[in-house]
Design a protein. Sequence first.
Length: 279
Amino acid sequence: MSQKFRLNRMFSAQGKCFDVAIDHGFFNEHTFLAGIEEMDAAVRTIVDASPDCVQLSTGQARRLQALPGKKPGLVLRTDAANIYGNVLPRFLFSELIAGAVEEAVRLDAVAVCVNLLLLPEQPELHHQCVRNVTALKAECERYGMPLMVEPLVMLPNEAKGGYMVDGDLKKIMPLVRQAVELGADVIKADPCDDVSEYHRVIEIVSGVPVLVRGGGRASDEEIVARTVELMNQGAAGIVYGRNVIQHPNPAGMTSALMAIVHEGASADAALAIVKGGRA
């Protein structure tokens, strides 16, 4: 079966996509729950804002798919991990859900998403993630399910606390390339420290579309300016979560980011949309 059929539902005819991630409850981290305490309301808010996709866990995906009418495509999160707190536990894991791809088919997902984690001094965790990706890839090929791999390079916890991005291109590029070599159909990657250098990440993926993560909450000005530059650098789109669902105006922020991704809107025009109008 061909992954192309589902990718056509995920990406526009121009090859662009905005995926809103609201799967944070999967990770057993209190700070991730802000804005998604009431999941029915959170899902409806995002659906009403009409992004291309919504990223959810298997336990919450039915809230999206049960809604009547046209709605964003489902990207199904397939692995639960315990690496996101300020203090790392003694034993780290990133565990696949059972029958992940069959579940994605049953839920009519457009793709599945899995981590490829690189934490300092944690080679066993990286090894587990590689095994997860290879196991999913075989099943994805069987069912024609696109595989989104999320290569994440993190700083040591003692440097900045939990779940902090290491924006070093020399670390991001080889991990992103490893995800491609393992068979990723879509890459969900972190931005680098200097986003004007992000074209180097786009080059290293050999044509696989790259959706850039949003990370922790940032100001409207920062997130909008960064998104404009990343699209200029050749990104196929974005996967933002907390910068949408924790925003005072999630619908406005979604509309603004959709305008950047699909219409090439400027930062000023996007900020005007957030504030309730168009520049």
